[in-house]
Design a binder for this molecule. Structure first.
Ligand code: 13P
Length: 307
């Protein structure tokens, strides 16, 4: 049976008002319960790794994640996605992003993200454009980011309410329009009140502050960008906001902290117990928070031409 590719699946989600979740795998044994939960709920989702997860956690390498994925994958329910490859990373260091993404494409990742969001607009466009050129040669979609989704940097976040009220770092609709047109990216990660869960040693087990979404701002961005939008920092956003966000253009949502913390709590005692905690968290998320039980049937249906 041949299924549609990731670009088509996410585009369908955007068109019909549902969402494709992506789950980060900072520890390799987390992958199996994530895939199992997607299958058991008949949902579709992405298995993701970000550069910081092999640099600062235990996912080892692009190849190690790919090899683990090959063991557990289920093409009706999953695809492999390369999350955040920053041009400038959370520690302010320059990254050889082109080499990493080229390796991922060669290894068989089915979509990639280049994160030039710490760069000025022109440079972000230029870097994204290079990756679009590379990935599209392989028929692979590219996610890019515009605006500041904070949280991964060391040090404290500004108070959340202040950040939300001031719209500091929010993606500008005018810039989004220009960015998508000039870079040719397929999906755009936007900053609309969402924040990443902390990853520093001191912060990574702390409860993530509850975040909201500026829905009016999101509607403007959806119109301006006119491509599927991505919500990073998916942990701890009230489900009502997420549901409304999905209706307003969010077609992919990234979730890391919500499944990482239950795993980390138990991993030193028993990997099996830690995996079970990931599985139970996934089931709750898929069925009751994201409400995407059975999304695989809708999103992977063949012959949907014209939809
Ligand atoms: P959370 O850790 O807040 O779920 O964010 C995940 C994410 O956006 C990864 O790219």
């Amino acid at each position: 049976m041949s299924y549609p590719g990731t670009e088509e699946i996410v585009r369908r989600a955007w068109q019909i008002g549902t969402v494709v979740p992506g789950f980060n795998i900072p520890y390799l044994p987390m992958m199996e319960p994530v895939v199992r939960a997607l299958r058991d709920c008949n949902s579709f989702g992405l298995i993701m790794v970000a550069r910081l997860e092999w640099e600062k956690f235990e996912s080892k390498s692009l190849r190690a994640i790919r090899d683990e994925y090959e063991k557990v994958k289920d093409e009706k329910h999953t695809r492999l996605h390369l999350d955040h490859v920053p041009v400038i990373d959370e520690d302010d260091l320059r990254v050889d992003f082109e080499a990493i993404i080229a390796e991922a494409v060669e290894l068989g990742y089915k979509s990639v993200m280049v994160d030039g969001s710490r760069l000025p607009l022109e440079e972000n466009i230029a870097c994204t454009k290079k990756i679009v050129k590379l990935a599209h040669r392989y028929g692979i979609p590219v996610e890019a980011e515009l605006g500041a989704v904070m949280g991964h940097e060391a040090g404290p976040l500004p108070p959340y309410e202040e950040l939300f009220a001031s719209k500091k770092g929010f993606t500008s609709p005018d810039e989004a329009k220009r960015f998508v047109e000039e870079s040719g990216c397929d999906w755009l990660s936007v900053a609309i009140g969402n924040i990443h869960g902390a990853i520093s040693a001191a912060g990574k087990q702390q409860k993530k502050p509850e975040a909201r979404i500026d829905l009016e701002h999101l509607a403007l961005l959806n119109k301006a960008a006119n491509v599927p939008l991505v919500l990073h920092g998916g942990t701890g956003i009230a489900p009502d906001y997420v549901q409304q966000g999905i209706k307003l253009g969010i077609a992919k949502i990234n979730v890391a902290t919500a499944i990482r913390q239950p795993y980390e709590k138990l991993m030193s005692e028993s990997i099996e117990a830690a995996q079970e905690a990931v599985y139970q968290t996934m089931i709750k998320l898929l069925r009751y928070e994201l409400e995407i039980g059975n999304s695989a049937d809708i999103l992977l249906k063949t012959n949907m031409e014209g939809k």
